[in-house]
Design a protein around this ligand. Structure first.
Ligand SMILES: [Zn+2]
Ligand SMILES: [Zn+2]
Ligand SMILES: [Zn+2]
Length: 137
């Protein structure tokens, strides 16, 4: 997912193209890591001084619903990043300090055989830690 794809998708789904939305998406594109709603607000406020947390949050939720952003909870705080463009099934290692993400191309579900009582429709698996930059202090 990138800014152009995201804007196209918003248009297809009938959402208005606003400078605000585009700037939010651009921020996620520039950052390329998990960031919190308050980081988005902070980055946007110089250009949109009247912007409220609610507006940011509403837009973030829309982006998640549309699959533009993915969300996770780190340290009890919701964080967001652009959805991966890789179609192949994979998981993430996430740095708890900077939100940087590494892709892991193996899936623990492959080892998981005892599912006969359930029809499995999805799963989540995330690994948390500190990236090289953040553990060198
Ligand atoms: Zn990924
Ligand atoms: Zn880090
Ligand atoms: Zn998996």
């Amino acid at each position: 997912m990138d800014v152009t794809q995201a804007l196209l998708l918003l248009k297809e789904k009938g959402y208005k193209h606003t400078g605000k939305r585009e700037q939010m998406l651009q921020l996620f594109s520039d950052q390329g890591r998990y960031i919190a709603a308050k980081d988005v607000l902070e980055a946007m406020q110089p250009d949109y001084p009247g912007l409220s947390f609610d507006t940011i949050y509403r837009n973030l939720s829309t982006f998640v619903d549309l699959g533009i952003l993915e969300m996770t909870e780190l340290d009890g705080e919701k964080k967001f990043r652009f959805s991966c463009s890789i179609d192949q099934h994979h998981h993430h290692i996430i740095c708890l300090t900077c939100g940087k993400t590494k892709h892991v191309h193996l899936c623990p579900m492959d080892q998981f055989n005892d599912t006969k009582d359930f029809k499995i429709i999805g799963h989540k698996f995330e690994v948390y830690g500190y990236c090289r930059e953040c553990s060198n202090d």
